[in-house]
Design a protein around this ligand. Structure first.
Ligand SMILES: [Zn+2]
Length: 287
């Protein structure tokens, strides 16, 4: 198993590669997003990275630690928590982990706890876990998985490096991206003529309409989020430009206009009428 077998977004991948290169890992990590299987698979992969004894590319796949990890029989990897929906993570299990954590590793000089689906822990169980996460023995590493970090207490989150799996970022075709860019410029200029010009490609090619809607919605949501939270991660220059030039209401109205056209398209509305109506609503949003 190599890191490229996981469909990781580039920031998670780079983070893991840098930990692995220095063989320095945070003692608590939380994997969120994607689905249960993916989270567990990645947790096992990271456990293998932590324990692999090769001084070359890890996991080497041939050292004793790697072979045991692959067979899920490495005594220095412990797994707790159930993957099935509706499972309850009991406070007793958290206590069991706590007392086990002080036992020194078997084969290696490190020990990894994979604690699965921690969204199933109630506050009492999380608090029991917290006690060990606060001051873990130097040889312990904890990899928690959860559907979302939102399920975890802030006190746990503040001790964990969160690795988000998330959905793969949709990638739009160059033609659609340039069409969206042009539309952003036109909207910022508040020019009816430029908006019409920007939509020309969509007028002439019904095939790209849905992709165009997705791309434009993402751009407007990015601009709104930037305005509201100042969160600039993953924000394109078009989002920044829109956030600077338009106010919240205008951005909302634009978003609504695209969203509505998008849903009418899915219901097979007459395309020519639909696109004309959408342009009128786009103009209306910024006048
Ligand atoms: Zn190895």
């Amino acid at each position: 198993m190599k890191i490229d077998n996981f469909n990781l977004n580039s920031s998670v991948k780079e983070t893991l590669l840098s930990y692995s290169a220095d063989s320095l890992f945070p003692q608590t990590m939380l994997i969120e997003g994607a689905d249960t299987e993916k989270r567990t698979e990645l947790a096992r992969f990271i456990a293998n990275l932590i324990l692999c004894t090769s001084d070359r590319e890890k996991p080497c796949g041939v050292c004793s630690a790697c072979i045991k990890c692959k067979a899920l029989s490495n005594p220095d990897v412990r797994e707790y928590g159930e993957e099935k929906a509706g499972a309850v993570f009991k406070v007793d299990t958290a206590r069991e982990i706590r007392s086990d954590a002080f036992v020194i590793p078997n084969d290696s000089d490190r020990k990894v706890y994979i604690i699965k689906e921690t969204q199933n822990m109630n506050d009492a169980a999380q608090n029991a876990m917290l006690k060990i996460l606060e001051e873990p023995p130097h040889f312990d590493y904890f990899i928690l998985t959860a559907d979302s970090r939102g399920a975890m207490l802030d006190t746990i989150l503040s001790r964990a490096v969160v690795l988000s799996l998330g959905e793969a970022v949709p990638s739009f075709s160059d033609g659609v991206k340039s069409c969206c860019k042009e539309l952003a410029v036109a909207l910022c200029k508040r020019s009816r003529f430029a908006v019409t010009e920007a939509l020309a490609a969509v007028y002439n090619d019904k095939q790209i309409f849905e992709e165009f809607c997705d791309c434009t919605e993402e751009m407007l949501v990015g601009a709104l989020r930037l305005k509201k939270t100042g969160a600039a991660d993953g924000v394109t220059p078009e989002c920044e430009r829109l956030a600077l030039s338009l106010d919240d209401d205008e951005l909302y109205r634009l978003f609504e206009a695209v969203k509505q056209a998008h849903s009418q398209f899915k219901q097979n509305a007459n395309y020519n009428i639909l696109i004309t109506y959408m342009s009128v609503r786009l103009w209306g949003a910024i006048e």
